[in-house]
Ligand binder design. Sequence first.
Ligand SMILES: [Cu+2]
Length: 123
Amino acid sequence: MRYSTAVLAFAALVASCGGSTSTGTSNGNPVIPSTPTTPVVTTSVAMQNIAFSPANIQVASGAVVTFTNNDAITHNVTFSNGTVGTTQDFTSGSKTLTMPVAAGDYPFHCTIHAGMTGTVTVK
Ligand SMILES: [Cu+2]
């Protein structure tokens, strides 16, 4: 009896740990949605205060998006989907990237600053 109780307790522990990987709730931190805001319809994204602004945009199929670095530090734009491409590191001015034709959400980030993330939604 003691043994089976211990096994059950262990199974419950494993189950709760397994669930925390995807939800992140077991540590008490709030769950942050990956796309918390409605995308802004625009093809211009500023990089300022170590953030993309707006971070979540909606564009037409195959649109060209312009990223402008307003910070005095180096940033880049790197899409998780390798087919979209990346900009070089740049410290000022603008770079453009052509979005895919296929509809979907395309997350991007700056590889230099962990918190700099955004998503292009192609409609
Ligand atoms: Cu950056």
